[in-house]
Design a protein around this ligand. Structure first.
Ligand code: NAP
Length: 248
């Protein structure tokens, strides 16, 4: 078991990739703190039930990652419930497409808020206890869109590029405290975020992926477990591309 007895807090994990990451960490022996926004309480609780049914210690903590007060309270509750936080996965994210020359400041702020300010707030909140414990694994879910200029992804790509900056600086500032911080840059994953695209658009996109299909959430989750393992202590500040050959 690669993350046995480690406590993992995964944001936005009531569904999609976050849920898959929670299930994969659980299989590797971790105790799981599920986070999602209050609106998704039902999905968060269902995920917790699923984990408990296989004998995993799990609890749901509702908080909006863009709200510092809510995140602070959540981190306190997780520490109270589990005693420590070993792993933080900054997974919560939203997407709004839009061309820059027609840019909408509301969408820009919403995407930057959840995808970049959220990870900053969560990272800041868990670091004091990780630094005290001289152990931590922070994994940021960036995106292929941070690696290349994809049409219409201005808000999202900017947020995910910023997240790579946050990853590298967090890594540099905390390496002496036994904390690593890395990013995953997935291509297109089979989750609600993707499958809501019109079928024709989706098929055109899949045609551009050399592997010929979307990624399964579990294929990204396995990489998160690898980066969270004790044996990955020499990997920090890295960005791992997982895109089925879309960008080589
Ligand atoms: P998803 O199915 O939409 O799941 C994201 C989860 O985060 C949802 O439960 C969402 O709630 C929640 N969330 C949104 N805003 C939040 C907030 N302020 N605080 C706490 N939770 C919040 O998306 P996904 O595809 O699993 O994406 C997971 C991560 O992978 C995201 O960071 C995404 O950018 C990244 N990613 C996805 C793909 C892809 O192809 N799917 C590719 C590369 C990277 P709501 O449903 O209510 O918004």
């Amino acid at each position: 078991m690669m993350t046995k007895d480690r406590v993992a807090l995964i944001t936005g994990s009531g569904q999609g990739l976050g849920r898959a990451i929670a299930l994969t960490f659980a299989r590797e022996g971790s105790k799981i703190a599920i986070n999602d926004i209050a609106l998704n309480e039902k999905k968060a609780l269902e995920t917790v039930e699923e984990l408990r049914a296989i004998g995993v210690e799990a609890e749901a903590f509702l908080a909006d990652v863009t709200q510092e007060g809510e995140v602070g309270a959540m981190v306190e509750q997780v520490l109270e419930r589990f005693g420590r936080i070993d792993i933080l996965v900054n997974n919560a994210g939203i997407n709004r497409d839009g061309l820059i020359h027609k840019g909408d400041l509301k969408n820009w702020s919403a995407v930057l808020g959840v995808n970049l300010t959220g990870p900053f707030i969560c990272t800041k909140a868990v670091l004091p206890s990780m630094r005290q414990n001289k152990y931590g694994r922070i994994i940021n879910i960036s995106s292929l869109t941070a690696r290349m200029g994809i049409f219409g992804t201005g808000y999202y790509a900017t947020s995910k590029s910023g997240l790579i900056g946050l990853t590298k600086v967090t890594a540099a500032e905390n390496v002496v405290k036994g904390i690593t911080c890395n990013a995953l840059a997935p291509g297109y994953i089979k989750t609600d975020m993707m499958v809501k695209y019109p079928e024709e658009q989706l098929q055109a996109l899949i045609a551009k992926i050399p592997v010929g299909r979307l990624a399964e959430p579990s294929e990204i989750a396995e990489a998160a477990v690898f980066l969270a393992a004790d044996s990955s202590s020499y990997i920090t500040g890295a960005v791992l591309d997982i895109n089925g050959g879309y960008l080589i």
